[in-house]
Design a protein around this ligand. Structure first.
Ligand SMILES: O=C(O)CCC(=O)C(=O)O
Ligand SMILES: [Fe+2]
Length: 362
């Protein structure tokens, strides 16, 4: 991005330094925002066995039925669906543990070590990749109680390898192996989703990524926070991805999803991967699959980590609703958009707390 930024104290340092009842005003979510903290209920989202889904994903198996229930299908659409999946039997077990452990260790290091990978080039030019916080574009931007290590993973020849931590020593390899495995999970799921939509080609989504799809990873660290009732770990948003594959801390929750006007706690099911449907799938499926609004809460007792792998269509390509899902009864609900342009809008929308998908709705 290369925009001018200003150095912000990592939240991890703020949390350590304050250790009191106070948080800086920039982190306090607007007072009118109804955070509905007390009443959250655990989302009863079923776990899907990926091997069974891939083998018997013809629409008749139990796993396909669960997928339908979570995501919807051409004859059953609407906002009352989860838009996320918990996936087991994904074959990623060993590498997911390594990835989480390497990420945990990275954030445990002293600030000077982490700042070798800072996202403020020369101390002030902001770039997306690297360690740090979001770009602050306006004084009234509400900040999130999180620090992040953000890296491009694909195209492989565009990796900024100098920003891939050398400590812990396991980090680079863990990230490479983990994302390779996650890519297979993503493709298997997208094939099952194409089947569910009754598209002619099971590879519809997989092929849509194009020659140079973009994959990035965000390792997020959420320190303990003295005022969880006022401060978000991550404010409500939708992911601008095709799908996001999320590895959440199995020691502490915090992720919530909005459904039917209610915030639900996403349960922790150890060794599952959480897959969140992103805006690009919502657009390509002509709104049959929905990209859910989700957020992360903070807590006073335990730090939390997550590792998100974001899958995007090649930024030079355009996306639009699949012609097979557009008909008289269901006209196109989204206009065609170049992925690159969608990104630009998406970052602005996120910092303003708006939903970027609204900008392409017809
Ligand atoms: O930390 C989490 O559990 C969710 C993170 C998330 O929603 C994101 O990074 O887009
Ligand atoms: Fe997200």
């Amino acid at each position: 991005m290369g925009s001018k930024g200003t150095f912000q104290m990592p939240v991890q340092e703020l949390a350590g330094a304050h250790g009191t009842a106070n948080v800086p005003a920039q982190y306090i979510a607007r007072a009118h925002e109804d955070q509905q903290l007390a009443a959250a209920v655990v989302a009863p989202a079923p776990v899907i066995d990926l091997v069974r889904l891939s083998k018997h994903g013809d629409g008749t198996s139990d796993e396909a039925a669960k997928l339908r229930k979570n995501l919807g299908h051409p004859h059953h659409t609407g906002s009352h669906l989860w838009g996320l999946l918990m996936v087991s039997n994904h074959g990623v077990d060993a590498v997911m543990d390594n990835m989480m452990a390497a990420s945990r260790e990275f954030f445990r290091q002293p600030l000077e070590e982490k700042q070798r990978y800072a996202n403020l080039n020369g101390g002030e030019r902001f770039q997306f990749e690297g360690y740090g916080n979001d770009w602050v574009s306006s004084l009234d931007q509400i900040r999130d109680w999180t620090d992040r290590l953000y890296l491009k993973v694909e195209p492989e020849d565009e990796r900024s390898i100098a920003l891939w931590p050398v400590h812990p020593e396991t980090f680079r390899n863990a990230l490479h192996e983990y994302t390779k495995k996650c890519g297979e999970v993503k493709d298997d799921l997208l094939r099952a989703m194409a089947k569910l939509l009754e598209l002619d080609d099971d590879d519809y989504f997989v092929e849509h990524f194009g020659d140079k799809p973009l994959t990035d990873v965000r390792c997020s660290y959420y320190p303990v926070c003295p005022r969880p009732e006022l401060v978000f770990g991550l404010k409500p948003h939708c992911d601008a991805t095709v799908v996001t594959v999320l590895l959440v801390d199995d020691r502490v929750g915090g992720l919530q999803v909005l459904k039917d006007g209610v915030w639900w706690d996403v349960p922790i099911v150890p060794h599952t991967l959480l897959v969140i449907i992103g805006d690009q799938t919502e657009i390509m499926s002509n709104g049959i699959f929905k990209s859910p609004v989700h957020r992360v809460l903070t807590n006073t007792k335990k730090e939390r980590l997550s590792v998100a792998v974001d899958y995007y269509v090649d930024p030079e390509r355009e996306i639009k609703p699949s012609a097979q899902l557009v008909n008289e009864k269901r006209p196109a609900l989204y206009s065609k958009v170049k992925v690159k342009d969608y990104f630009a809008r998406s970052y602005n929308a996120f910092t303003e707390g708006k939903m970027v998908i609204d900008t392409v709705k017809i």
